[in-house]
Write a protein that binds this ligand. Structure first.
Ligand SMILES: [Zn+2]
Length: 279
């Protein structure tokens, strides 16, 4: 079926009281693993492409792949720009047929974040696609005083209402990448944000966050959870095993990649079922 927007997908999540996994892909195998999992589990899925892949032709080529696979899939799929930083990223995503973009202006002050986000909302909505923005910042590694980085509930309400975004990424204690120590997820803050903000909430840094915390965050209103690190780590580990097995032997790369695809599928499948509260 044709791609759907993030707005439409998150309506399904809100109605079902669960979260949809948003997975960062980077090649054919990762794309195939994520979409096949969603088909098997009959769940909506968000395919994300990170801003770096817009620096050359990767985002353009991968978007054609996602759209092609979606045509043969009978589940709702969103194609989303992850951490768009500039209007150029957003314009390219529109040109490539993305159905959703994130504009991440969280490094700026509130006023500039609102200005840039609103500009993106006007542009994206005029093309019928959704916008996710971010308020507050994920914790840089080694942060001791996390309070300064976290989303302030009243500001989140003002931000969502002023910009007209379709989804809001909040900072409640997660980080991108691996954790050195177990993170403290501020669920009370999340509850306060959920009570004030009308748009669906997004959790970045979903990889390696303890399952119990993720489950609680879903019950407190998180509707989209981003996964990159764990999926990419499955790929790297799978490739390392294959490299050892096939050392000095010829192996066609499509065959070589099958166990790598399976490893990514395993990780994705667990996450998807968990976010849909099926395990
Ligand atoms: Zn992120």
């Amino acid at each position: 079926m044709p791609l759907i927007t993030l707005y439409e997908a998150l309506k399904i999540a809100e109605k079902s009281n669960f979260a949809i996994g948003a997975f960062n892909i980077g090649n054919y195998e990762s794309c195939k693993a994520v979409i096949d999992c969603a088909i098997e589990q009959k769940l909506p899925v968000i395919i994300q492409i990170f801003n770096r892949l817009f620096n050359d032709t990767k985002a353009r080529d991968l978007s054609a792949l996602v759209k092609g696979m979606a045509e043969y899939a009978d589940i709702p799929i969103v194609l989303h720009l992850d951490h768009g930083k500039t209007i150029t990223h957003v314009e390219k995503a529109i040109q490539y047929g993305f159905t959703s973009v994130m504009i991440d202006a969280s490094e700026y002050d509130m006023e500039e974040n609102i200005r840039l986000t609103k500009e993106v909302v006007d542009l994206a909505h005029s093309h019928g696609i959704s916008v996710e923005a971010e308020l507050g910042r994920l914790l840089p590694k080694g942060t001791i005083d996390q309070e300064n980085f976290l989303t302030v509930p009243e500001e989140a309400k003002e931000f969502a209402e002023t910009t007209g975004v379709d989804a809001l990424a909040v900072a409640i204690g997660t980080s991108h990448g691996f954790y050195k120590e177990t993170p403290f997820i501020d669920l009370e803050r999340l509850k306060a944000i959920y009570a004030l903000v009308q748009v669906p909430l997004v959790l970045h840094g979903g990889s390696c966050t303890p399952d119990a915390e993720v489950k609680k965050s879903i019950s407190c209103g998180i509707r989209k959870i981003n996964i990159a690190t764990e999926l990419h780590q499955a790929y790297i580990n799978g490739m390392a095993i294959q490299a050892e097995i096939h050392k000095n032997k010829f192996s066609p790369i499509d065959v070589y990649n099958i166990p790598v695809y399976e490893k990514m599928k395993e990780v994705t499948g667990q996450k998807m079922a968990f976010f849909a509260l099926r395990s």
